[in-house]
Design a protein around this ligand. Structure first.
Ligand SMILES: Cc1cc2nc3c(=O)[nH]c(=O)nc-3n(C[C@H](O)[C@H](O)[C@H](O)COP(=O)(O)OP(=O)(O)OC[C@H]3O[C@@H](n4cnc5c(N)ncnc54)[C@H](O)[C@@H]3O)c2cc1C
Ligand SMILES: NC(=O)c1ccc[n+]([C@@H]2O[C@H](COP(=O)([O-])OP(=O)(O)OC[C@H]3O[C@@H](n4cnc5c(N)ncnc54)[C@H](O)[C@@H]3O)[C@@H](O)[C@H]2O)c1
Length: 496
């Protein structure tokens, strides 16, 4: 049904509030095999952060960075590239293509193809199974759901209460991914994926970059060698790193909102805890996210969200209800598009099973209706990239698991050494001794991102290490790292 055709309707089986990747997928999965009528409520562009201001545009900005590095490291290509800088207008033009030129007809088409209705406006719970939608003209309509309401309102960039930071109108992830001009000098605050990725493309596009991070290590949730690897390569690219450093004060006398991706005013002065001052043309805040629980009417149904995220069970049902679901960033469980969509698939199947009166513990729903979090894959698209899945050694030991580990230098693998002249990379496996299965894997280095899924399959499939011996990787691919890791494990076992 078209958007205009939904105007006179006020009831559906399922209402989904928030049309990001999580919301769109929940709507699709709740309706596709159930016959349930579903409506999506979205106040902005359908597709959410990922499509326009996060994953897609950021990766479009990063791909040329790594491609140039690999080319510069390969005789025959190096000579063609020379020291030439990236073609900034061409990179930004492709970024715009990948971000669908900040318009959503392709998503409207997806909804129509899947029989999902659309109501544009801001949704707010107004009681059980009831949502009040405020349109851009200020008019409010109330719609109700016979079965379920799914909240998928995502997250936004957090701006902490540092003296003068909010008043300086810093760039957030939206500005830095949708940048229209490259700041001459830029200070990036943070040490997580957003900060490390953003500083990578800003530097490659020609900015003089400083990254300020309060901790001693970048990407602190990953194995320690990941942060060291990332810091080394960022420094080699010319990024100034100020680790173990806190910003105490920000001043920007001429702060002006000039639109997403444009400089937000004149020069900004950033004061550090050791008294140093950095002057820059822009400041980027990449210090985590705030869950989208603000002003969505949770009080109307008595649901608390003290930490800004909603507590859900493994069926994505909001704790304390049997009709309200939450998926994606809003749950705060894994702020990643692939996990947002995974949770949404689970929630959609749960809604379907419950509507059809089917058991969640019998086929086909038994395998589809419980979300698991043992193997969340993270890829940070740095130059070179880093990635992990499952538990780090420290996290596993913290849970009392008796682990053995294997580490290996990926540069020693033929496939890696052939792929570029100065390969730099490392791999680590964490194995649970009791079950003889892999519970964590980390890879850093070129061409490792596509390798990660093999580890995800090994972990979720609980494949015994003894069986992995028979999973023979092709020569000469970087995947042969698996053999070296298994040999390293064997060596340790035979010695002990
Ligand atoms: C810079 C950056 C890069 C990233 N890169 C990656 C990556 O490479 N890979 C990856 O997996 N993840 C990445 N992420 C994370 C990823 O973007 C999020 O996990 C993902 O977008 C979450 O999807 P979501 O649908 O839960 O939320 P969102 O994308 O935030 O969507 C929520 C939607 O709800 C709408 N909405 C909110 N409130 C209301 C309301 N009351 N009524 C109606 N509509 C409402 C919003 O307008 C929005 O469209 C990145 C994040 C950032 C910031
Ligand atoms: N490639 C990817 O998959 C990708 C890329 C970008 C973002 N993301 C997702 O987006 C989410 C948000 O990323 P992020 O990097 O903004 O957040 P993050 O939470 O991962 O990292 C934020 C960093 O800022 C620090 N910090 C927080 N508050 C601070 C303060 N007041 N002062 C100083 N330091 C402070 C934290 O210690 C942390 O190191 C992540 O959870 C990630 O999953 C994923």
């Amino acid at each position: 049904m078209s958007e205009s055709a939904t105007r006179d309707r006020d009831q559906w089986d399922v209402i989904v509030v928030g049309g990001g990747q999580a919301g769109e997928t929940a709507a699709q999965y709740a309706s596709q095999f159930s016959g349930l009528s579903t409506v999506l409520v979205e106040e902005d562009l359908i597709g959410g952060e990922c499509e326009y201001w996060a994953c897609r545009p950021s990766k479009a900005l990063l791909m040329p960075v790594e491609a140039r590095s690999v080319g510069r490291d390969l005789p025959g290509v190096r000579e063609i590239l020379g020291d030439r800088p990236l073609d900034v207008p061409a990179v930004l033009a492709r970024r715009d293509d990948i971000a669908f030129h900040y318009a959503d007809p392709q998503e409207v088409e997806f909804l129509e193809a899947n029989g999902i209705d659309l109501v544009r406006g801001r949704g707010r719970l107004a009681g059980e199974r009831t949502v009040a939608v405020t349109a851009s003209d200020g008019s409010v309509r109330t719609i109700t759901a016979t079965r379920a309401v799914v909240l998928a309102t995502g997250s936004t960039a957090a701006v902490p209460p540092t003296d003068g930071l909010a008043e300086a109108l810093p760039w957030t992830s939206r500005d830095v991914t949708a940048l229209r001009e490259v700041p001459g000098r830029v200070v990036v605050l943070g040490g997580g994926p957003v900060a490390t990725e953003a500083v990578t493309w800003l530097r490659a596009l020609g900015a003089d970059t400083t990254l300020v991070h309060r901790g001693p290590r970048l990407l602190k949730t990953m194995e320690p060698f990941v942060g060291e690897f990332a810091a080394r390569h960022l420094a080699e690219a010319g990024v100034t790193l100020r680790l173990d450093t806190t910003v105490t004060r920000v001043r920007r006398p001429d702060a002006r909102q000039r639109g997403i991706g444009h400089l937000h005013g004149g020069p900004v002065t950033v004061t550090l805890d050791n008294g140093d001052e950095i002057e820059a043309d822009e400041i980027v805040v990449a210090l985590g996210r705030t869950g989208g629980t603000d002003d969505i009417g949770l009080e109307s149904v008595g649901i608390p969200a003290p930490h800004g995220y909603l507590d859900v069970d493994d069926q994505l049902t909001v704790v304390g209800t049997d009709w309200l679901y939450a998926v994606g960033d809003l749950t705060g469980l894994a702020l990643l598009t692939h996990f947002a969509k995974y949770q949404a698939r689970v929630a959609g199947e749960v809604i379907t099973a419950r509507a059809l009166g089917r058991s969640l513990t019998e086929p086909p729903f038994d395998s589809l209706t419980t979300a698991e979090y043992d193997a969340v894959p993270h890829v940070v698209f740095l130059d070179p990239p880093v990635c992990d899945v499952g538990l780090t050694e420290a996290a596993a030991r913290g849970r009392g698991i008796d682990v053995e580990t294997a580490e290996y230098d990926i540069a020693a693998i033929s496939g890696a050494a052939i792929s570029r002249e100065h390969y730099d990379g490392r791999a680590k496996l964490v194995v649970d001794r009791a079950t003889d299965t892999v519970i964590g894997a980390t890879f850093v280095g070129s061409a490792t991102t596509e390798l990660l899924h093999s580890a995800t399959v090994a972990i979720t499939g609980r494949v015994p290490v003894s069986r992995l011996w028979h999973a023979v990787a092709s020569f000469p691919t970087v995947s042969e790292i698996w053999l070296r890791l298994l040999e390293t494990l064997q060596l340790g076992r035979r010695r002990s």
